[in-house]
Design a protein around this ligand. Structure first.
Ligand SMILES: *[C@@H]1O[C@H](CO)[C@@H](O)[C@H](O)[C@H]1NC(C)=O
Ligand SMILES: *[C@@H]1O[C@H](CO)[C@@H](O)[C@H](O)[C@H]1NC(C)=O
Ligand SMILES: *[C@@H]1O[C@H](CO)[C@@H](O)[C@H](O)[C@H]1NC(C)=O
Ligand SMILES: *[C@@H]1O[C@H](CO)[C@@H](O)[C@H](O)[C@H]1NC(C)=O
Ligand SMILES: *[C@@H]1O[C@H](CO)[C@@H](O)[C@H](O)[C@H]1NC(C)=O
Ligand SMILES: *[C@@H]1O[C@H](CO)[C@@H](O)[C@H](O)[C@H]1NC(C)=O
Ligand SMILES: *[C@@H]1O[C@H](CO)[C@@H](O)[C@H](O)[C@H]1NC(C)=O
Ligand SMILES: *[C@@H]1O[C@H](CO)[C@@H](O)[C@H](O)[C@H]1NC(C)=O
Ligand SMILES: *[C@@H]1O[C@H](CO)[C@@H](O)[C@H](O)[C@H]1NC(C)=O
Ligand SMILES: *[C@@H]1O[C@H](CO)[C@@H](O)[C@H](O)[C@H]1NC(C)=O
Length: 795
């Protein structure tokens, strides 16, 4: 099966992420009379415009802004002996205004009520979201003559750093960076004409990648084509990024497995000012946050203002609804799906039964080894001491619902391991021979073990198989609904995120287990972290053809050309799982029509959602953006966040009740100058009796390029039963394209231009906070979320 086809590049954030130490920002305040100081982000909105035209405007601005941060902070410090400069970690002064500082709760509270302050929130810790691809997506390798075109595009990677010695990052044949570039290279990192900038935010640390995640994502976006890559013979082929000719700039905002809001915002502040075109952000949390308490929403808003698109991971909390993160409408939220290659491994029990699971296991076969269930039922290193498990295959049940990572059996000298995984679609790279199985399969193995006095098993090397059902959504990929703005469908689209091979760091083992002494140039991992850089790369690819397109135009091009997904089994929730479908990069540069939006459109959306107009004026720096008819807490009369000119549509309705909702939309012609488009509505068979969709006008005639035409989509009907979702599509097509729309909803053919996925995420899961069980989060976090969310949404 090991064909020589090109390998896809990916990243991995595992749902089974073993509890890594969280990078706690808390300092105990012995010197502060016992008051605990925690790192807060103080967000002040836009930067004042520079008044000094003579010298370097950026330096002048910085000289003017930094003292204002100190003045502001000095006004609230509880402790007279402490000064602002002792407390401030970062001043944001290049692309946005604000700072991160150690504060007591009381100080934070005082600050939040001061004039000019948009928001003050504790710096949360987010995580890199890890767990073959470009050929599967149909993106051809970039021809040599197009490489210089790509060389104008710079992608900023906010991640764990980068391992520059990988052949994927060689600059052979590259010219100097574009002249607009303002980036730098921090300590112990040598930049070249491929990797043109590298900054680190942990005081004095190096941007070198000591985890592997950042090297993996960066090579997926823009790694050069490297032939004959494999992981000990697995996944052999050519590894490459979407835009091998593009430049990379590294912003190391994650350290020790955590990425703080304070550092993330510093990364955005620099990346935007340095001159990147696209920001790739494979970092997320288990839940979304209100926009102005969320470093990525704030950072990506300021990126959007400067024409920079942010592409982010949807999250790896796929086992319960409403977990999708990075949901701001000015950024892309990318779900993960499978590719047609799968890695399987099996254990043959002494009774002849074969159990087929998954793993990346390239160790020699272990034959008829004794199977052992740990005496305490736990595979944690502390419980497997002594030599009891030496040479045996240890059977590890989940511990408190968490799968084990195999480090306990490795330290105990075990020959192999069998682990229970909640994500049977992922093959994990283990530190010793072994595989993951489902709970059912584990029970079958246990039944055999209990039935004999000498239980044995044989575990061979991983084999590669082809999965004709691909792409299907990844089990771990976080689904909607979007808890912050239910009228904006998130995730936006899906891309490969299962078992992706890409560059790794020589400072980290492929399994992530410290006692695994192997070092590899390329590793296979999974996660929405791996899906995101596919879309970031595709965005850079579109940007290389259309330097002048706004972030919203590029988002639209990627979303409306996505291919519907294969969804075996029950698919009533699929639009919430994967958005518009699977990324189709080769079509995205010629979408025909796009849904554009600018800063003022997003501000109008925030107004409609009830965001405070005073805050919004600070964010934009213009008082002309004040909300119309916004009396404060209630939303503007008649306006809905769903009116935003977004390339998908979503509505929240009440179960079983009749409803009518209208979506105004405007398309911009980016195809041939003249031409007419007709519309077709595709309804799933099960919704035909429940929904009516009217598009008015139903024909759009364009006479010039960039011409904008508007239409309304009115959806009416009876809302489905609780918890169900109806999805449909509105397709604009023209006669230059063969149009074949299958009414079987799984098989929409969207080869036509200007396709628009219309998703009615008809749910009501979060109206009633007592239904938190479906969200499955700790109640304090939920109260915080629903509290602030309900205020803003007006519930
Ligand atoms: C840089 O490299 C030197 C020499 O290898 C090492 O001593 C130093 O700790 C490194 N600094 C950082 C920030 O990694
Ligand atoms: C790739 O590896 C194979 C086997 O090791 C070798 O025969 C082949 O020449 C290599 N191809 C290239 C282009 O290096
Ligand atoms: C492993 O054990 C099975 C069952 O006892 C036996 O049939 C098989 O030959 C053994 N395999 C090896 C390689 O010893
Ligand atoms: C694991 O690594 C630690 C630190 O490198 C080392 O001291 C220990 O001996 C290793 N344990 C095993 C079982 O290899
Ligand atoms: C096997 O034995 C273990 C330990 O005695 C017990 O907890 C488990 O329920 C048994 N499992 C099966 C499938 O018989
Ligand atoms: C999927 O859901 C629909 C509607 O609830 C139901 O009729 C159908 O039987 C389900 N299909 C499968 C394969 O479970
Ligand atoms: C709003 O803008 C107008 C005109 O630019 C200006 O005169 C006024 O002072 C501004 N108001 C505030 C509160 O900034
Ligand atoms: C909006 O925010 C400002 C500043 O934080 C505050 O003074 C004002 O009361 C808020 N308005 C409403 C309607 O909440
Ligand atoms: C809902 O609409 C259906 C027709 O679509 C109609 O028969 C029914 O009476 C309506 N129900 C209510 C409560 O308006
Ligand atoms: C869409 O509907 C609104 C409100 O009914 C109307 O004012 C507007 O003219 C309609 N737009 C188009 C293009 O029909």
């Amino acid at each position: 099966m090991a064909s020589s086809r090109t390998l896809l590049l990916l990243l991995l954030v595992t749902v089974s992420a073993a509890a890594r130490p969280s990078a706690s920002e808390t300092t105990t305040g012995g010197d502060d009379g016992g008051k605990e100081q925690v790192v807060y982000v103080v967000y002040l909105g836009h930067l004042p415009s520079s008044t000094d035209a003579s010298s370097d405007p950026e330096e002048a601005l910085s000289a003017a802004v930094v003292p204002t941060h100190h003045d502001l902070l000095n006004q609230v410090l509880d402790d007279a002996s402490s000064s602002a400069s002792d407390r401030i970690l970062h001043s944001y002064k290049r692309s946005l205004n604000g700072f991160a500082a150690r504060l007591t709760q009381q100080e934070a509270q005082k600050l939040s009520s001061m004039d000019g302050v948009v928001s003050v929130f504790p710096s949360k810790t987010h995580r890199p979201l890890t767990t073959r691809s470009w050929d599967f997506l149909g993106l051809p390798q970039t021809p040599k003559e197009e490489l210089p075109l790509e060389g104008e595009v710079i992608i900023g990677m906010l991640d764990t750093g980068l391992w520059p010695d990988s052949p994927s990052f060689s600059d052979e044949g590259f010219g100097p960076p574009p002249s607009r570039w303002k980036g730098v290279c921090h300590q112990n990192f040598t930049c070249n004409n491929k990797v043109i900038g590298a900054r680190s935010y942990d005081q004095g640390s190096s941007p070198l990648d000591d985890e592997g995640h950042g090297s993996h994502t960066a090579s997926t976006v823009a790694g050069r084509a490297v032939v004959n890559v494999s992981f000990y013979g697995l996944a052999a082929g050519t590894a490459r990024g979407a835009v091998p000719g593009a430049r990379l700039a590294v912003y190391k905002v994650c350290v020790g497995g955590g990425c703080s809001d304070a550092d993330i915002l510093a990364g955005f502040d620099d990346a935007i000012a340095d001159g990147v075109d696209v920001i790739s952000f494979s970092i997320g949390s288990k839940l979304p946050w209100p926009y102005f308490e969320d470093a990525q929403a704030i950072g990506s808003f300021h990126a959007m203002r400067r024409g920079v698109l942010t592409s982010a991971s949807a999250g790896n909390s796929g086992l319960s609804g409403g977990r999708v993160c990075n949901v701001a409408p000015w950024m892309l939220s990318v779900a993960a799906s499978s590719i047609d290659r799968r890695f399987v491994d099996s254990i043959v029990l002494g009774n002849g039964q074969t159990i087929v699971g998954a793993s990346i296991n390239t160790f020699p076969t272990i034959t008829n080894a004794t199977l052992a269930f740990p005496a305490d039922g736990s595979c944690d290193p502390d419980y497997l001491g002594g030599s009891l498990y030496k040479g045996k295959v240890v059977l590890c049940p989940p511990q408190n619902g968490h799968p084990n990572d195999g480090s306990g059996p490795l330290l105990a000298g075990a020959a192999g391991v069998v682990l229970v995984s909640r994500a049977p679609d992922i093959a994990f790279t283990l530190a010793l021979p072994g595989l993951t199985v489902t709970q059912d399969q584990f029970d079958q193995i246990m039944a055999y073990v209990n039935s004999t006095s000498n239980p044995v098993g044989t575990i061979g090397r991983t084999e590669t198989t082809t999965d004709p059902q691909a792409p299907v959504p990844a089990s771990f990929s976080s689904p909607g609904p979007n808890l912050i703005t239910p009228q904006i469908l998130k995730p936006d689209l899906s891309a490969p995120g299962i078992d992706i091979i890409a560059s790794w760091s020589m400072l980290s083992s492929p399994s992530g287990v410290p006692n695994d002494t192997r070092r590899v140039q390329y590793n296979i991992i999974s996660g929405t972290s791996m899906a995101c850089p596919h879309v970031s790369g595709a965005a850079a690819y579109v940007k290389s053809f259309h330097r002048d397109w706004s972030p919203a135009m590029i988002m639209s091009a990627l979303i409306t050309t996505a291919t519907p997904m294969n969804t075996p089994g029950n698919s009533s929730t699929t639009a919430l799982k994967y958005g518009a479908g699977q990324l189709n990069p080769s079509k995205a540069h010629d979408p025909g029509l796009v849904y554009d939006a600018s800063e003022s459109d997003y501000v109008a959306m925030l107004c409609a959602q009830g965001y405070n107009a005073t805050q919004l004026a600070l964010v934009t720096g213009s008082n002309t953006t004040a909300c119309p008819a916004n009396n404060g807490s209630a939303s503007a009369a008649g306006a809905s966040p769903g009116d935003l000119n977004y390339p998908t549509m979503a509505a929240r309705v009440e179960a079983g009740k009749n409803f009518t909702v209208t979506f105004p939309r405007t398309v911009t012609n980016v195809g041939a100058a003249t031409g007419a488009y007709a519309v077709r509505v595709v309804l799933p068979f099960y919704a035909e009796n429940d929904l009516a969709v009217e598009v008015s006008p139903s024909r759009l005639e364009f006479s010039w390029q960039q011409q904008k035409l508007s239409f309304n989509v009115t959806v009416s009907g009876v809302a489905p039963a609780e918890g169900q979702v109806h999805a449909a599509a509105v397709v604009w097509f023209n006669d230059q394209h063969e149009v074949k729309v299958e009414f079987e909803y799984k098989q929409w053919d969207e080869r036509c231009a200007g396709v628009n996925l219309l998703s009615f995420s008809l749910h009501h899961s979060v109206q009633d906070p007592t239904r938190v069980t479906i969200i499955d989060i700790d109640s304090q976090h939920w109260q915080h979320l629903v509290g602030s969310w309900a205020t803003k949404v007006g519930l």
